[in-house]
Design a protein around this ligand. Structure first.
Ligand code: AGP
Length: 607
């Protein structure tokens, strides 16, 4: 989604703004712009398209030491130069960048138009600049506060004024905003990746707060001018973690990082002595854990698929009713919150609007909500009642890969913890830990055979439709495989339970529609093999992911990719890797923009 960067300090602002925007590219955008203040004037350059276009349009000598920049992901109004941010007021004295959606913009715009303001863009954001200009009486901070009182909806805003040099005013309601404290320089960003090249000292701005920033000072207040003392946090990520290194794409790098990221998610959390797990961040006593009667996993997209996998695991190992729910649906169906039910919201970014709002709705009803998040300091982990960081390191590619397997890891550990408080014996606990310990090596050995998946992608990437089919705990893996393929290669792909195809999707089978079956050696293997035969009988090409040495599968499928034999419940890890690679190599061969696929954003901060 949209990205924000602001700078004030001793260095020329333009190159810092452009560099910050480059670091935000991964969020997804369709246009970009900057505004730099210099000697009592504001200069704006904005362009539709990629940042190279903007970069080329910014003059080499673009003077000014304070400024704001933005990458836009269109919501209101088409993608063009005019609708790109920053927006300036009619007089050209005030500039703003905005993330989020102003819900009452139509009414505000109508009123402003009646008062003689002529708008230039089709965006909701432009009303902010115009409101500021009508409310400005020599103090930008006060004008921002008054404007915020009028706005309805979500926003992260940064504003600047030509007559108040070296000053940025940031405000937040529902869209993230972080202050970076440098050496005689300050930055504002919509996430820490925009700031990390300059400082690791950050202050997270909360909803309802306004921050006044100069090169050497900052002050945070609420809309009623009450001062708010903020904690300074230190970012733990290193700059190198957001570089591609020798990889062609962030997605490729992140897929190959999984043996390590899975290990990190487990580190210090496995208690071999008692055959259980330690998850201190849950903030729950053993007694409270024992009282849990139901677990609900709430998320969107890939994180939802991780939740689905874990719902199978939890019911089978811990014997606790568990289900995954789409956050976007849960929020609006007036969910019933029962006593002794624990909710996990799962989110890589910790900023997904659907998930965040569902969490708030659950908390409002009195539920205890725990977070499973990657981005430290994001809104979900800050507002949840406890939780687990997955420690994947920054995930930059829009298509989520390593976060998925680390989310599984964290929730597998929670399952172990809670299962061991119930029916799972010490012996069974040790066996489960052994299976968990095997995952990094298991995923590494699958990754070592990436060339085989590349060959499969070369053979099948011209297909227009795909079915991904699995059963039981691997059914959500099939859904995730289909999601990966469609989001980065744009090939139409559907994920189904293999059992379900006879109830409809089998009508799609023909010689040019491949079906990719996940066939581990578990209790459902025979059934899946029958489903494969049904597809073959209708001349559908079959690709299978099976377990080393499974000749029955090889006899039916056109192509087989083998994963090593493993514990039944850890196959989702082994099966997911070739599906991620398959999507990646298909997209590569089709020449797609792998890391920033069309229309998608990394962190979806609007509903
Ligand atoms: C994953 O490949 C997707 N880009 C998307 O489905 C993502 O998982 C979803 O938007 C949820 O994001 P979150 O984990 O940051 O909440």
């Amino acid at each position: 989604m949209c990205g924000i960067i602001g700078y004030c300090g001793p260095k020329p602002a333009a190159p810092i703004l452009i560099e910050g925007l480059k670091r935000l590219e991964y969020r997804g955008y369709d246009s970009a712009g900057i505004c730099v203040g210099n000697n009592g004037e504001l200069n704006v350059v904005k362009r539709k398209g990629k940042l190279q276009v903007l970069d080329a349009a910014v003059p080499a000598d673009f003077p000014g030491w304070y400024g704001i920049g933005h990458t836009r992901w269109a919501t209101h109004g088409e993608v063009n130069d005019t609708n790109a941010h920053p927006h300036i007021d009619r007089s050209g004295r005030i500039a703003i960048v905005h993330n989020g959606i102003i819900e009452n913009y139509s009414a505000l715009r109508e009123k402003l138009e009646q008062d003689g303001h002529a708008f230039r863009t089709e965006t909701d954001s432009e009303v902010i600049a115009y409101l500021l200009s009508t409310l400005y009486e020599g103090d930008l901070e006060q004008a921002v506060k008054q404007t915020c009182r009028i706005l309805k909806g979500t926003y992260g805003i940064v504003a600047m004024h030509q007559e108040e040099p070296d000053l940025l005013i940031g405000a937040r309601n529902g869209s993230p905003l972080v202050l970076g404290i440098g050496d005689k320089e300050m930055l504002l960003g919509s996430d820490v990746t925009a700031l990390i090249a300059h400082t690791k000292q950050v202050v997270y701005i909360e909803d309802g707060e306004v921050v006044r920033v100069t090169p050497t000072s900052y002050r945070t207040t609420d809309l009623g001018d009450r001062q708010i003392d903020k904690r300074v946090d230190t970012i733990s990520w290193e700059l190198e973690e957001i570089e591609k290194d020798e990889f062609r794409h962030f997605m490729e790098k992140e897929i190959f990082e999984q043996p390590e990221s899975i290990k990190r998610a487990m580190q210090g959390r496995v208690d071999h002595e008692h055959a259980t797990a330690h998850l201190g961040g849950l903030n729950m006593s053993n007694r409270e854990l024992l009282e849990i009667e139901r677990v609900k996993l709430v998320a969107a997209g890939t994180s939802y698929h991780a939740g689905m996998v874990v719902s199978y695991l939890m019911e089978s190992l811990a014997r606790i009713p568990c289900n995954a729910e789409l956050a976007s649906e849960l929020r609006y169906r007036n969910p019933i919150v029962e006593r002794n039910t624990i909710y996990f919201v799962i989110s890589q970014s910790g900023e997904t609007a659907d998930t965040l709002y569902a969490m708030r709705e659950l908390q409002r009803k009195g539920a205890r909500v725990l977070g499973i998040c990657n981005v430290v300091g994001a809104t979900i982990p800050r507002e949840s009642d406890g939780g687990v960081y997955i420690h994947s390191g920054p995930e930059i590619a829009v298509a989520s890969t390593k976060a998925f397997t680390s989310q599984l890891t964290a929730l597998y550990l929670f399952t172990l913890l809670i299962a061991r408080m119930r029916d799972m014996s010490y012996e069974q606990g040790l066996n489960f830990i052994e299976a968990l310990d095997s995952i990094p090596a298991l995923t590494r050995s699958v990754l070592d055979r990436h060339a085989e998946v590349e060959a499969l992608a070369a053979k099948y990437c011209r297909a227009e439709d795909f079915l991904f089919l699995g059963r039981g705990i691997n059914y959500p893996v099939a859904l995730e495989g289909a999601l990966k393929l469609k989001e980065i290669s744009y090939i139409h792909a559907e994920g189904y339970s293999a059992a379900e195809i006879k109830h409809g999707p089998i009508a799609l089978i023909n010689e040019s529609t491949p079906s990719l079956f996940i066939v581990p050696d578990d209790g459902l293997r025979e059934k899946v093999i029958s489903n494969m035969k049904e597809v073959k009988a209708r001349k559908g090409p079959v690709i299978a992911l099976a377990v080393e040495g499974d000749r029955d599968v090889a006899a039916i499928a056109d192509d087989v990719f083998y994963v090593p034999k493993a514990g039944e419940l850890v196959y989702p890890f082994a099966m997911m890797i070739p599906l991620q690679l398959f999507a990646y190599y298909c997209a590569l061969q089709l020449g797609r923009d792998v890391d920033q696929p069309r229309n998608l954003a990394k962190s979806v901060t609007v509903e």
